[in-house]
Write a new protein. Structure first.
Length: 282
């Protein structure tokens, strides 16, 4: 298998770190350009893998910084074969409980940051004749749960953006895959998620269940993150690029239920929808 070079945002958390994506890639001899908010957290891997690991600081809410880092990575490493948009975090709380600042930061990190990363890498991928983009979404990009409205807004938003982009860039040999993991035992849920201030009235709302899960921090996910990462890496070998990958039985089950219900609702409106055409009989 030929050596590849990967650019991964957020390698210090979630699916990016240690025995997950970064280390699996380094162990097999691939090069990884990783971005972090704190470079010190990568010192152990930097010492172990040397030149195979290129690390720089990046806050994905800083669009000019995204462009500088992407330019530096391509200049230093030459070709980058795979770009993994992994940076992001969860925001838990009913919509009314969120502050304006929390809303802006969630959107800037999960949605705008991912959009600007893709926009920054596309000229380089086109110039080198192709590449692959993996966009980390979630089961929450296809289904929505009370207490996660802004998180869902970012994931549904990035899925729409990436689905459009995948058609725009296919002619340039650039493949795009949206990854939709279910729950996995990474540090995402309890260490990379933020909790909004509480409004007592929402004790009566289903949104309280998401809050309690985060506060209690006892629920364990069924997904094996190492297996998920292996499938993400293996997806790069597939041509054409898979449009979406659902990872975990919970992801498959929840997405299947959501899509089935949405299709049933749409089918029930077929006659009504057709009746609004200009050519429809009055």
């Amino acid at each position: 298998m030929a050596q590849r070079t990967w650019l991964i945002t957020g390698v210090s958390s979630g699916f990016g770190r240690l025995r997950l994506m970064t280390e699996q890639l380094l162990e097999r001899g691939d090069r990884v350009a990783g971005t972090v908010r704190n470079r010190e957290v990568m010192n152990d891997l930097q010492h172990k893998y040397g030149d195979l690991l290129w690390v720089t600081q990046l806050d994905v809410t800083d669009t000019p910084a995204i462009r500088r880092v992407v330019e530096q990575a391509f200049n230093d490493l030459g070709r980058i074969d795979v770009v993994v948009s992994n940076a992001g975090y969860g925001l838990i709380g009913a919509a009314e409980e969120l502050t304006d600042e929390q809303i802006d930061h969630q959107l800037d990190t999960n949605l705008v940051g991912s959009i600007q990363l893709v926009r920054a890498v596309l000229p380089y991928l086109r110039a080198q004749g192709g590449g692959r983009i993996l966009q980390l979404s979630s089961v929450g990009g296809q289904a929505a749960f009370p207490g996660g409205s802004l998180y869902h807004a970012t994931k549904w938003g990035i899925e729409g953006f990436m689905e459009s982009v995948m058609h725009e860039v296919a002619a340039f040999n650039i493949g795009v895959t949206i990854v939709e993991p279910g729950g996995a035992n990474t540090n995402f849920r309890y260490k990379s998620s933020k909790l909004a201030s509480k409004i007592d009235a929402y004790e009566a709302s289903p949104a309280i269940h998401a809050r309690r899960m985060l506060e209690e921090a006892t629920a364990r996910s069924i997904g094996d993150p190492a297996k998920m990462v292996t499938l993400m890496i293996d997806s790069v070998e597939r041509t054409p690029a898979p449009k979406r990958i659902a990872l975990g039985s919970d992801s498959y089950t929840v997405i299947h239920k959501a899509l089935t219900e949405r299709l049933a609702l749409l089918e029930a409106q077929k006659d009504l929808a057709f009746s609004t055409d200009e050519s429809a009989n009055n």
